[in-house]
Design a protein around this ligand. Sequence first.
Ligand SMILES: [Zn+2]
Length: 151
Amino acid sequence: MPLDDNAKEAIKRNAGYRCEYCRMRGWPLTIDHITPRSTWTRALRQGQRPPPFEPDEACNTASACWDCNVIGKSERTSGEDPETGAKVPLFHPRRDTWEEHFEWVEDYNAIRGRSAIGRATVVALGMNLPHYVAQRRLLRAAALLGWEPWP
Ligand SMILES: [Zn+2]
């Protein structure tokens, strides 16, 4: 059953109205299916067993900004660690802890991966592209002026 507006709002509220990947605030949020919905249709088409949960279950949904979700992650669940070239899973907001895989650098303007998963996710989602950094600078400046804290 597709998520209704109340369910989508609850996912965003539980995430503090932030992207669960890049932690961005102030950008429109989407609902990310951590394992893409296409996984189920592909499994059925190929006569394989689909994942043991439904696409819209809480274990498979996350709050994500448009850029991380639609442009960066899209249908992917894995990426390449830029340090080793190894193929690793992308950050999983329901299984992984953000602080274990990422850290803030450059006065909270950029994110650095602390693990293979973190490094691969930063690259795959483009989490330090110039428009991300520009938005973080705005949020940081606003925080220093007494608006909401950043990050
Ligand atoms: Zn994001």
